[in-house]
Design a protein around this ligand. Structure first.
Ligand code: NAP
Length: 508
């Protein structure tokens, strides 16, 4: 057993006793238990599964302040942010409980037999979604609660009927252990097999790699770096039986300042932009890392206000020393890139603090150097000055896939916005107007996804109720008798509250 300890994000020093680290035999043990639990867990009723998700939420709340204290120490994030994140985590579990109860996720379809159809009779065909199997989840460092042990990936996989094995993030092992304990208590309270949830503790890539390679795992949910996501996707593809990897990786979230909006309120936009840029030390996957605008007085006012606000932005402790070092290297690379000017940098802090940074360049320089469009995880952004709307469209067309795109616009900008919309739709998962991309609502109509490298699969989202679809697959049943059919597909089950598509007609 190697020694592994929690680290205080503020000091970089170890905290508390040495933690027991799992080994490869533990990976096999937890995966075996997950596989053994799968058929029992997937057979639970909608009500039983919903209650289980709600019990997890209750158990997390029952931990009380020690959870917030541990997360503050391990992430360096402030109390209010983490209390909000805990609310989001339990809200997400409750949202999925509601989704499971409503039953639409089963996508029940019934095409009754047409024995007299000419020239051939039609068989009786019925379809439902079933869970994929045990899911490996890799939590994110920047959301130690809402995107981690009991975060969106875990909640949606459990809602789908998949047991989950979490590879705990090494940056917050104490927080992870507290949440894993809450889930284990909910498993016991609901009378479910232990294997419904497993939690692996330890640093280094070996554990996670073995988890994804384990033949009992059926899918992977991941949030983190592009390198990490791609490494796990490669392992998943090289297995004897390849499995899907839903990885959310990197995004710079372009913000377009449209001409009329910029002319009307350039300075106010500059100030508000820096608020979004520096929130949480910029450690959001939806952080606005790229601003696009047509040169002019409005943009000058935006830059002047942003310069002032960045200059006053308080330095904040970053999540880990590794993330801090990567941020400093990214900022240095931008500061020294040809054609890039530094607009402003924030005050220096002590310890692993991120110093806000804003850069400006021309569309020509940005188009010439792909590296300028790479994610710098933290409070750094680059403004790209375009000569006209055509150049703005060219820059947008050249971007990699993104989670979000934002349009700041007035009524006079609507014609240009309509022209840009088809370009943006091909690039991003969420398009928003007159707001900031940070702050992702957990609801039914949310997409937190997008083309590569924002995610490894542009058909999905990792936030919102649609996230459950990642862990389901359709099975069709042809001419099975009522006695053998899964209960929800029988004639007697019609009216159980779940919607059905019967002979092509949606029946509630
Ligand atoms: P990370 O290094 O990708 O780690 C995420 C998780 O994956 C950890 O549990 C890590 O555990 C595991 N892992 C990483 N590489 C692996 C590999 N090759 N094989 C097996 N497991 C692997 O992410 P991070 O530490 O949270 O942050 C680092 C960078 O990720 C940031 O600087 C930022 O660029 C990016 N990031 C992006 C987001 C986002 O929302 N898109 C969020 C957070 C971070 P082990 O290290 O123990 O293997």
């Amino acid at each position: 057993m190697t020694e592994f300890r929690s680290t205080d994000a503020h000091t970089g020093q170890p905290h508390g006793p040495a933690l027991a680290v799992h080994g490869l035999d533990d990976v096999a043990r937890l995966c075996t238990a997950a596989e053994a639990a799968f058929d029992i867990y997937r057979a639970t009723s909608r009500e039983e599964r919903a209650r289980f998700l709600e019990t997890i939420a209750e158990e997390i709340l029952a931990i009380g302040d020690p959870l917030i204290v541990a997360a503050m120490r391990e992430s360096g994030l402030p109390r209010a942010r983490l209390e909000g994140e805990r609310g989001r985590t339990v809200g997400q579990l409750r949202l999925f409980a509601g989704v499971v109860r409503a039953g639409a996720w089963q996508q029940l379809r019934i095409d009754p037999a047409l024995p007299d159809r000419q020239p051939l009779p039609r068989p009786d065909l019925r379809l439902r979604m079933i869970p994929l199997g045990p899911v490996a989840v890799f939590g994110a460092s920047n959301f130690p609660l809402a995107f981690s042990t009991a975060g969106g990936d875990t909640a949606s996989a459990l809602a789908a009927g998949c047991p989950v094995v979490v590879k705990g993030h090494p940056a917050h092992p104490d927080t992870g252990a507290l949440v894993a304990g809450a889930i284990a208590r909910a498993v016991a309270a609901c009378g479910l097999p232990e294997g419904v949830f497993g939690h692996l503790v330890g640093p280094g890539n070996e554990l996670g790699a073995a988890l994804v390679a384990d033949p009992r795992m059926a899918a992977v949910g991941f949030t983190g770096s592009r390198g990490g996501g791609l490494a796990l996707a490669r392992i998943a593809q090289q297995r004897e039986v390849p499995i899907p990897v839903y990885a959310e990786m990197s995004s710079i979230n372009p913000v377009v300042l449209m001409p009329a909006a910029l002319a009307a309120r350039g300075a106010a936009l500059g100030q508000a932009f820096v608020g979004s840029l520096t929130m949480g030390a910029g450690q959001f996957c939806t952080n606005p890392g790229l601003v696009l605008a047509i040169a002019g007085e409005g943009l000058d006012a935006f830059l002047a206000a942003a310069r002032e606000s960045v200059g006053q932005a308080q330095p904040q402790t970053m999540l880990t020393s590794g993330i801090h070092a990567a941020y400093e290297a990214g900022v240095k690379a931008l500061a020294t890139a040809p054609g890039v000017e530094t607009v402003a940098t924030g005050p220096m802090g002590e310890g692993p603090c991120g110093q806000a940074a804003l850069f400006v360049t021309t569309a020509q320089a940005f188009l010439a150097d792909k590296a300028l469009g790479h994610e710098v995880f933290g409070a750094s952004s680059i403004v790209v000055t375009c000569a006209d709307a055509a150049e703005l469209a060219t820059v947008l067309k050249g971007l990699e896939g993104q989670l979000t795109a934002t349009l700041h616009m007035d009524a006079a900008d609507e014609a240009l916005a309509s022209e840009l919309l088809p370009i943006l739709e091909r690039k991003v998962g969420r398009i928003l107007a007159n707001g900031w991309p940070t702050g992702v609502e957990v609801c039914h109509a949310m997409v937190h996804g997008g083309p590569f490298p924002a995610t490894s699969d542009p058909r999905t989202t990792s936030v919102g109720s649609l996230a459950i679809d990642r862990f389901l697959r359709p099975v069709s049943y042809q001419n099975l008798s009522q006695a053998v059919l899964p209960a929800e597909l029988t004639d007697a089950a019609c009216g159980d509250g779940a919607p059905r598509l019967i002979d092509g007609t949606l029946t509630l």
